[in-house]
Each structure stands twice: as C-alpha cells, then as structure tokens.
Design a protein around this ligand. Structure first.
Ligand SMILES: *Cc1c(COP(=O)(O)O)cnc(C)c1O
Length: 425
C-alpha cells in the first residue's frame, strides 16, 4: 500500500470492499452495535479485542476515513475528531497534563493560540511561544524540565510562515519529546511532515481535505515512530498502568505504532466525546477522493493572484511562500516543492479601512470566516478570527491589523484577478 502514489491513496486507501459489498464507504449511521453475549462485549471494554460497541468511541465509517488519512500522511494510526480544534487539543492533552509545559510556534491559527495560551493554561499546562524563525539555540532555551511537546504549523494560518520541520523535530527529539505539526494548509498532497521528522500530525479537515465547505472536522495522525518507553518518565499516561482500563500499559500493549491513538480513543474520546459524525466522515471522504486533483489548482490560483498583487501599487506587502520574494521561499522549496496552498495574505496601503473597503467591493470572493474550499473567500483576521489578540500578539503572530487573508478557490484565475483588480481600483 505504501508504495502507491499519493493520488491513488486519495482515491482508494482505507477501504477495500469485499465481494458484493458497497463500492463507496457505507455510512454506518448507528450509535450502537449488537452483541450475542456480554462476554463478547466485555472484551471490547477491556481493550482485549477490537470492534465496535458505541460510536462515541469508534465507528466503522470514521475508521475507514481515518485509515485513508493515516495512509496519506504515512502514519500508522489516526482518529477523526469533530473539529480541528478538538484534534489539536487531543494531540496535546494526550501527552500533557496539569504541570506540563509546551513549546509552541507563535505563528499559528488564532483558535489554536487561544487553546494553548488561555484554555490549557487554566488546566495548569504552561506554554512558551517561540518564533517560527528561531535558531536551534533559541529553541533549546525554551525547553524546561516539564516540557512534553513541541507544536507548530507547516504553513501557518494566516501568517503563511513555513515551519522548518526538520529543525523543530531535531530539537524536540534532543529533549525527548515529540513534535506535533498541524498540516492543514499544505495537506499531505503537498507536504508530509512525518517524512521530515514530525511525530504527530493534525488537521482541520474542515479546510482542503473536505474542500467544499460542507463539514467541520479534524484528524490526529500518529507516525508510530516516537519511542514513549525510551522517555517513560515523561509520558506516564502511555508508559504506566491505566487504572481506568484494568491496568493496561498502552506503550507495552499497543507498541509504538498503536499506543498514542489507542490511548487518545480510549481516554480522551471516551471522556470528552468530540467524535466526528459518520455522515460528516462520509462527506470528508468525498473531498479526499479529489484532494490530489484540487490542490494543484488551488496552488496555481494562489500563485497567480500573489504575483498580481505583488506588482500592484495599492498593495504594501504580499505573503505567499511560493513567491521568490517571500522570506519563506527557501523553506517552501524544501518542504513544499509542488507549492503550498491557495491562501495568500497581503497588506493594503491604508491599513484596516483600506482592507475593509476592498473586501466590500469584491464580487467573486466572499467575506467568510473560512479558508480553503472551492469558492474564493477573504477575511480580515484582526477584526474576526484573531480579535481576541492584542496588537502586540498580532504583531508577534505576523498578522498586522490591515492584513487580508484571501483563500483562492477553484475558479478560473483570470476571473479572480479581474475581481481583485476591480476592487482595488
Ligand atoms: C481552521 C483551523 C483549525 C481549527 O479547525 P476547526 O475545524 O475550525 O476546528 C486549526 N488549525 C488550522 C491551521 C486551521 O486552519
């Protein structure tokens, strides 16, 4: 299976029907599953056998789609969550607890920033934010005795910084902790962080993976490479008996390949219940089937729009890692040789007011709190997604108040550029 190319996996991985079975992944729209004896079911509760008993823990539709995404990322296991927020929370909380510390890139999605900087702090989990451009020495200085994870985004939403995954992974591993990478923007079609040393990969599947603005969702993928037992003292949740499952030691029973996702399902999904509905998993899979066809078009449109904006006299600055003038172009060439995504960020001369009046005049591009679907849309982060952030935090995250985030959809690029040109006039 792993020899297959990415497009084949987009279409076929995760589900192989048997003789006479449905060609498309069936939607198992059932909360519960029937057993002949209590003993049969008891084995599932004890994690002695694998199978289904209640959709909050596992559902066959979800498992097929998760298996496809695991194959796309080159991981060993994956779980779907109800949203990207739930995916990032689960990825972190599966190995962090009250008293832990996280090192995170400051250039991340506003919702994730809030999760780590505010909500998880209330749970007693500390964070140190670092610049995505940090040197190894600067990264090393951010670690503490209680650091349990490093977090960053391959291409940050909306700052469009590119993470030096190899560097972040190396430093994380020197400190005996995993690197978690949110790979939402490039998708595994354009970058597979596990190939560069990331241990856990997350997504908001709400974005390109679904790709049609139809279903909110998330996914956590485990590379199966991190050796929890080698750092047993740091990760007692994986390396010591779980009393809520009769003393199972996840890292022993499920090995490097299965421990992380099994614990995440058995504990976090059981207790927090952020399950993706089977209906949404089905919709997500329809998007995945064409992901490898859509991403090159998003990239083509993004690059064309970025080049147009770069040459326009009303535009102060354009961020798009595919542009040669972009400070992240070298990293993009390394990690995103086929291009990154269709999202372009730019700052208009005239700041917040100019951005607002420009957006009002657009006809094709709609103002939406969304990115990364088939229809072009735009947003001013400072007045929407990032409005919780102070001006200093906005600067640190690389998001000036007059920034417009434009997500290029799948329309013809000539029409998009004409719309933008008209609105800029
Ligand atoms: C949208 C987004 C999220 C949050 O995902 P939801 O599905 O909206 O919960 C997390 N990370 C990134 C990079 C995103 O773009």
């Amino acid at each position: 299976m792993s020899q297959q190319k990415i497009g084949t996996k987009c279409v076929q991985a995760g589900y192989t029907p048997g003789n006479g079975e449905p060609r498309q992944i069936p939607i198992i729209q059932s909360t519960t599953f029937k057993y002949d004896t209590s003993e049969d079911m008891g084995k599932l509760f004890d994690l002695e056998a694998s199978g289904y008993f209640y959709t909050r823990l596992q559902n066959p539709t979800n498992d097929h789609v998760a298996a496809k995404i695991a194959a796309l990322e080159g991981g060993t296991a994956a779980m779907l969550t109800s949203s990207g927020q739930a995916a990032n929370f689960f990825a972190l909380f599966n190995i962090c607890e009250c008293g832990s510390h996280i090192v995170a890139s400051s250039s991340i999605y506003g919702g994730t920033f809030n999760l780590i900087a505010v909500t998880m702090v209330k749970m007693g989990i500390e964070v140190t934010f670092v610049s995505p451009d940090s040197t190894e020495e600067e990264l090393n200085a951010a670690f503490k005795e209680n650091t349990r994870a490093v977090f960053g985004e391959t291409i940050a939403n909306p700052a469009l910084t590119v993470l030096d995954i190899e560097k972040f992974a190396k430093v994380a591993h020197e400190h005996g902790v995993p690197l978690i990478v949110d790979n939402t923007f490039p998708t595994p079609v354009n970058c597979r962080p596990i190939e560069w040393g990331a241990d856990i990969v997350t997504h908001s599947t709400t974005k390109y993976m679904d790709g049609h603005g139809a279903a909110v969702g998330g996914v956590v993928v485990d590379s199966g490479k991190f050796d929890w037992m080698a750092h047993a003292d740091k990760f007692p949740g994986l390396t010591q008996p779980d009393e809520s499952y009769h003393g199972i030691v996840y890292a022993e029973k499920f090995g490097k390949e299965g421990a992380f996702i099994t614990k995440c399902t058995a504990q976090l999904m059981r207790d927090f219940g952020c399950i993706q509905s089977p209906q949404n998993a089905f919709i997500l899979n329809l998007g995945l089937e064409s992901l490898h066809v859509r991403m090159p078009k998003h990239v083509e449109n993004g690059l064309a729009v970025a080049k147009f904006l770069e040459g326009h006299d009303k535009v102060a600055k354009v961020s798009y890692p595919g542009l040669e003038s972009d400070p992240y172009h070298e990293l993009a060439k390394k990690y995103l040789p086929n291009g990154g995504c269709g999202v372009v960020s730019f700052e208009l001369k005239g700041g917040r007011e100019a951005a607002e009046s420009f957006m009002k005049k657009l006809r094709l591009a709609a103002i939406e709190t969304h990115v990364a679907d088939a229809r072009t849309c735009c947003l001013n982060p400072a007045t929407s997604t990032h409005r919780q952030l102070t001006d200093e935090q906005l600067e640190a995250a690389g998001i000036p108040a007059g920034l417009v985030r434009l997500s290029c959809g799948l329309e013809d690029k000539e029409d998009l550029i004409a719309d933008i040109a008209n609105a800029l006039q």
